[in-house]
Design a protein around this ligand. Structure first.
Ligand code: ZN
Length: 163
């Protein structure tokens, strides 16, 4: 297990478009495993490679406890609906923003073993996947947020997850 440093907003790495992964090698698997450890350590529900300084198109996500998804070279095949919701980002500490995301997406990508997978996600899980996918194109959620709050000023009492 190895934890990696999470880069934060202001670092130009977060604003670059990531390149595709050529092949899911042992080295890629090691990075993905480190990303899961880093996500757990930071109490997040998702982490994209550029957030740990790696400019490759891959992310990990755990929208529900112990349901870990690995996406390498993901593509969003379809999306439908719109809903507003609050989200946070491990790279934008202490902030929360309200963002419109699709209610449902279908996404394809390679898993940790390099096998092609297609999943359909709804609601919160769809939000997490869209948030992570945006990281691969250098997009941070504040770019899309309708409004932003400091965590201490969030109107609702419930805790917002970070990804
Ligand atoms: Zn994020």
């Amino acid at each position: 297990m190895a934890l990696r440093n999470i880069v934060t907003e202001g670092d130009p790495i977060l604003r670059k478009k990531c390149r595709e992964v050529d092949e899911v090698t042992d080295r890629i698997r090691m990075i993905l495993d480190d990303m899961v450890d880093t996500m757990h350590d930071a109490d997040g529900v998702g982490l994209a490679a550029p957030q740990v300084g790696i400019m490759r198109r891959m992310f990990v996500a755990e929208p529900e406890p112990e349901q870990i998804y690995y996406f390498v070279n993901p593509k969003i095949l379809s999306q439908e609906g719109e809903e507003e919701g609050d989200e946070g980002c491990l790279s934008v500490p202490e902030m929360i923003g309200t963002v419109v995301r699709p209610t449902k997406i279908t996404i394809e990508g390679l898993d940790r073993d390099g096998h092609s997978r297609v999943y359909t996600f709804e609601g919160f899980a769809a939000r997490v996947m869209c948030h992570e996918y945006d990281h691969l194109d250098g997009i941070l959620y504040p770019d899309k947020a309708l409004k932003m709050y400091h965590v201490e000023d969030q109107p609702e009492q419930e805790e917002t997850e970070e990804a």
